[in-house]
Write a protein that binds this ligand. Structure first.
Ligand code: 26V
Length: 822
């Protein structure tokens, strides 16, 4: 096949060699004989930056000159992972750099492995933001990502005696070659204090917020290189520092030590990313984080706007779209109101109209415990002026909108109010978002429907065009081209290399699904990826696995609704069958897990512990002749994910129907040729539409069936007593079989599935899940039939790329135009 978009590297091999050597000398003060791999990595990054910065300046000048409409993506999380190999790919200089380093006696893959992950996010929501900014740049949309420059990203996970231990992540300990500090764009952020009403003759009154503290926000810019490197956007991350002028007062009053203490308090604001833990809900520092980053970002947006449009505020919604990634940046809404009214002197109606045309909000979860609420008292203390503004927005909404639609209906008012009249009173952030935003979107078709029917039905009645769907997607640059070079090459040869920019082209491999040569090559690539994974497993856990076994993988945050515990009881089922019948006929299976539990989430940590204990026992049991292995890889993160997706045969997407908003790992697996065992939930449903459900292993209750079962009263004991095999594996958890001489250590898992009600219906779906696994075993025996389905899966993934998601946002929500860089 002809190459369709021949990469023209902007540097040749000799130039790249020279650039790297130069950076070793002139950038790092070392040379090729002294440099360790870290230094080589750093020098390579610096050499890449010479290409990036030029394009960054070009993009910036173009956008500024034409004062183009841009989207501002506000997110507390950007789970970027590593940037070197991605930037090399997107600049189309990966091969040249590989050759250059080889000539210098270095291996590019080893050098890439030196890079610490930029783990400034928890999971799905943060990784989605990272895929989105890649797509925005690739498609040539003017966009800025705004976030926090955390000193410590998501904690590092270690296991001690099978239990999760959290250690600080130190990604930036020795600096970060990708970021550029922009002291010329610092911002100041007020906090605490009180609000004064100032009456002026003939002018009525105005509000003055006398802050009790001020923080300084220092921006760090990370260039985001689009594929093909025409557009280079930025991710702007704010770091908090103390505001010297503020501390100086204390200092002059003789409080040198106090001033230093104030300083370190200010610096704690961007110190650490909160793990998504319900125990963190309502923490003062988290609210300050949110406000700090929103205030810096809104001021930065307005500074750019003012430079181009002077004071014509009515133009703001034409020039600026602000996307709120979940409710975490909601405080940007009252902040924009405050600035327009208190600082720029606009009247309320005009400011409110501008806000309503500027903000859009994405909902990422229906779980009630994840819907953000803040106590009114905390708000009053930290952000007194914002609380006043929220009260005013709410009162106008209740009197002008709700009262008009449902006159005299107090129940409706109390349900829709931004203020929950509970003890203590709470501010509901999602309500504020839905009232203000001009569009609200869910992240997969079924999820967006549930947002309309279950989460916000009254809002949907009030604003029938506001709630929309944008199905998630993943970037094929990182999640196929970079992480699976074997498969990428096969695709290049088969369908041409422009699938990277037009993933619908993957359809081109569908006719090859039954071609035995193609099947063979496809499966050979899978085996090579499994060999790489097997080596990592050996290094990390000292467990030996066979690449002839089925690699069955569940990688995602640990949460009961994601049902790693269902996977666990299925593993016990197989183990028991093997112990009872040594000749039990099954294809050897390796169950792989990667998952972090929120530090305060007891049951999640128990599940990790149980899986580790079961792994110890299973992996060392000679009786089962290596037919079963269980491996829990520690410290699951983006860079490990990049090795696991390409090596998977089976993808576990087994959430209780209705609870996984979308999932994005499901897409990455299928794109890399794994078959899915999954429920009809989130994006699995749309994947089944694209692939054909008969090419997946769909099991379990549907959303409607879950609702019906819960309504009629679910009793897990019904399943326990009716299924002897299920009963025996659950009872096993009470013994000391997995924790010798310590019986009962795994009992909480059994209790949660029986006595505590099995909220996530594991037992209801157990039998159907076990049968689906049996079907996997059967299919795998026919390698050609398996290969055919794997190819049909990968070939059907065109829809699930983040370029399509971004085009949907651009047309359905942002009204954004591409901007060709000249
Ligand atoms: C909640 C909290 C609460 C307190 C502190 C920090 C924190 C951080 C995050 C969250 C909520 C996370 C919601 C989330 O990640 N949702 C996931 O979003 C993915 C992208 O849309 C989607 O694929 C997953 O299905 C969904 O669970």
């Amino acid at each position: 096949k002809q190459k369709t978009s021949v990469a023209v590297p902007s540097v040749n091999c000799a130039e790249m060699q020279q650039a790297i050597i130069d950076r070793l000398h002139k950038g790092l003060g070392t040379d090729k004989n002294k440099a360790n791999n870290k230094a080589w990595w750093n020098a390579t990054c610096q050499a890449v930056n010479e290409l990036v910065f030029e394009k960054l300046t070009q993009t910036h000048q173009n956008h500024a000159e034409k004062d183009t409409r841009a989207v501002n993506y506000l997110s507390l999380e950007f789970l970027m992972g590593r940037l070197l190999s991605n930037n090399l790919q997107n600049l189309e200089v990966f091969d040249v750099t590989q050759q250059a380093l080889k000539a210098l006696g270095k291996d590019l893959y080893e050098i890439c492995d030196e890079e610490p992950d930029m783990a400034l996010g928890n999971g799905g929501l943060g990784r989605l933001a990272a895929c989105f900014i890649d797509s925005l740049a690739t498609l040539g949309y003017p966009a800025i990502g705004y976030g926090i420059h955390y000193e410590h990203g998501l904690f590092k996970q270690e296991f001690q005696d099978g239990r999760q231990i959290e250690r600080p992540d130190t990604w930036r300990e020795y600096g970060n070659p990708w970021e550029i500090c922009r002291p010329e764009s610092i911002q100041f952020v007020p906090l605490y204090g009180y609000v004064e009403t100032v009456y002026e003759q003939g002018k009525g009154s105005r509000k003055v917020w006398h802050a009790g503290q001020k923080l300084k926000g220092v921006p760090w810019d990370i260039p985001i290189v689009g594929y093909g490197a025409k557009t280079v956007n930025i991710l702007r991350l704010w770091e908090s520092r103390s505001h010297e002028a503020f501390d100086w007062d204390v200092f002059n009053a003789g409080g040198y030590v106090d001033a230093q203490a104030e300083k370190s308090k200010a610096e704690t604001v961007s110190k650490v990313l909160y793990p998504n833990d319900s125990t963190d809900a309502g923490k003062e520092l988290r609210l300050i984080q949110q406000y700090f980053f929103c205030a810096c970002s809104v001021k930065d947006i307005l500074r750019r706007f003012k430079r181009a449009n002077k004071e014509d505020w009515s133009l703001l919604p034409e020039k600026v779209a602000i996307q709120l990634n979940d409710t975490h940046p909601t405080i940007a809404i009252p902040e924009l109101m405050r600035i327009l009214i208190d600082e720029e002197g606009l009247e309320w109606p005009e400011a409110w109209e501008i806000c309503q045309k500027t903000f859009a909000y994405t909902n990422h979860t229906l779980l009630p415990e994840a819907l953000e609420k803040w106590s009114v008292a905390l708000f009053e203390k930290v952000l007194p002026r914002h609380l006043e503004i929220i009260y005013e927005i709410n009162s106008q909404f209740l009197t002008k909108v709700v009262e008009k639609k449902w006159p005299g209906d107090d129940a409706k008012k109390s349900k829709l109010s931004v203020i929950e009249e509970s003890q203590p009173r709470m501010v509901r952030m999602a309500n504020l978002c839905v009232i203000t935003a001009y569009k609200v979107n869910g992240v997969a078709a079924v999820h967006s429907e549930l947002v309309k029917t279950d989460l916000f039905p009254e809002f949907h009645e009030l604003f029938p065009t506001k709630l929309v769907n944008v199905t998630n997607g993943v970037t094929p640059r990182r999640w196929l081209k970079a992480c699976n070079p074997g498969l990428a090459t096969l695709l290049d040869e088969t369908i041409g290399d422009d699938w990277v920019l037009n993933l619908d082209k993957l359809k081109g491999i569908l006719p090859k699904a039954t071609d035995s040569d193609f099947q063979q090559r496809f499966m050979d690539i899978k085996k090579e990826n499994k060999m790489v994974m097997a080596k990592i497993i050996k290094e990390e856990t000292d467990v030996e696995v066979s690449v002839d076994a089925i690699f069955d993988v569940q990688i995602k945050r640990l949460h009961e609704y994601k049902r790693q515990q269902l996977n666990l009881i299925h593993i016990l089922t197989l183990y028991k069958r093997l112990l009872e019948d040594p000749d039990y006929d099954m294809i050897p299976r390796v169950f792989l897990f990667g998952a972090k539990a929120a530090p305060g989430y007891h049951m999640a940590k128990e599940i990790i512990f149980a899986l580790n204990k079961i792994a110890d026992k299973v992996n060392n049991d000679v009786r089962i002749k290596d037919k079963l292995k269980v491996v829990f890889l520690p410290n699951y993160r983006v860079s490990l994910a990049e090795k696991m997706f390409p090596a998977a045969d089976v993808s576990e997407q087994i959430s209780t129907a209705g609870l996984e908003a979308s999932g994005t790992g499901n897409m990455k697996f299928s794109l890399n040729g794994a078959l899915t065992i999954g429920t009809m939930d989130g994006a699995n449903i749309e994947m089944a539409e694209e692939i054909g459900a008969e090419h997946m292993f769909i099991f379990g209750l549907s959303v409607e069936e879950v609702k019906a079962l819960k309504a009629e009263g679910y009793n897990p004991y019904d399943y326990y007593y009716n299924n002897p095999e299920l009963k025996s594996v659950l009872d096993w958890l009470d013994s000391d079989f997995f924790t010798p001489s310590h019986p009962g250590l795994l009992s909480d898992i059994k209790r949660s599935l029986l006595d505590w009600g099995d909220e996530y219906l594991c037992l209801a779906d157990y039998e159907s899940y076990v049968n689906a696994h049996q079907a996997i075993d059967t299919l795998y025996r026919d390698q050609s039939a398996w290969a055919e389905k794997a190819i049909l899966n990968a070939g059907a993934m065109g829809k699930f790329n983040s370029d399509r998601s971004i085009e949907d946002y651009a047309t359905k929500i942002w009204n954004l135009k591409k901007f060709p860089i000249t």
